[in-house]
Design a protein around this ligand. Structure first.
Ligand code: SAH
Length: 240
């Protein structure tokens, strides 16, 4: 548990528990974390295309078991992974020992790190996390603060509309069984326009928006221009 006051504590313990309870499965590619493994090369490619990871100082917010953190470290970045679920971080550290990929995992709120180490990362990623926190705006503000001037910030989350509900909740959790039931709560989904506004209000310029689609027949994911369900956003902090 981190030392946060009630006022700064931007975390839903039930949400953390959902992931922590499944922590032993983070690296099981046939578990409910399978979709994260499958989208990983797509998002890594998207991040690297913009930010050129090699040699960069990167922060991965809500890193879970380290699926993306490790991939970015393998691409040559020096990666810090942040999460508030100790159990997930334990699995991430153990996996790092096995794979030989070094990531600095920390159990700390992003708002706390922002206060302690502002403007210290070339790249900040915050993937599939905003839809699990009570106050996503506070996370966006912290992430923007943590990026260096000219630094890159990447988000991914789920859009909010009837099609997103059908695909991300009914389809993925109930019909296809890709995710555990109860993984996502519709009301917490975020429209790209809303995320872009939060980003802009915190000094981040939107650079590229991409959809991440699931192909039913091929059973695979791809990047597209259709951001109606899952999407990725690349943004950049103004240079000093
Ligand atoms: N970003 C990872 C994991 C996504 S799952 C990936 O895409 O592969 C969502 C993660 O967010 C979980 O690991 C959960 O513990 C974490 N999380 C939820 N609320 C959080 C908070 N307030 N601060 C930090 N991490 C949080």
């Amino acid at each position: 548990m981190t030392e946060q006051t009630a006022a700064t504590r931007n975390v839903d313990d039930a949400e953390l528990a959902k992931f922590a309870d499944q922590a032993h499965k983070w690296w099981d590619k046939d578990s409910e974390f399978k979709p994260l493994h499958e989208i990983n090369p797509l998002r890594l490619g998207f991040i690297d295309k913009h930010a050129h990871l090699a040699g960069k100082r990167v922060l991965d917010v809500g890193c879970g078991g380290g699926i993306l953190s490790e991939a970015m470290a393998k691409s040559g970045a020096s990666v810090t992974g942040l999460d508030l679920a100790e159990k997930s971080l334990k699995i991430a550290k153990l996996h790092g020992l096995e794979s030989g990929v070094t990531v600095d995992y920390r159990c700390l709120a992003v708002e706390e790190l922002a206060a302690a180490e502002p403007a210290s990362f070339d790249v900040v990623t915050c993937m599939e996390m905003l839809e699990h926190v009570p106050n996503p705006t506070s996370v966006v503000a912290a992430v923007a603060q943590l990026a260096k001037p000219g630094g890159w910030v990447f988000f991914s989350t789920i859009n909010r509309n009837p099609k997103a509900y059908l695909h991300a909740v009914v389809g993925a959790e109930y019909i296809l069984g890709l995710l555990a039931r109860g993984t996502h709560e519709y009301a917490k989904f975020i429209k790209p326009s809303e995320l872009a506004r939060m980003a802009r209000n915190n000094g981040l310029e939107m650079i590229e928006l991409k959809g991440m689609g699931y192909e039913l027949i091929a059973k695979s994911y791809h990047l597209s221009d259709d951001a109606t369900v899952n999407y990725l956003l690349a943004s950049r902090k103004a240079a000093a």
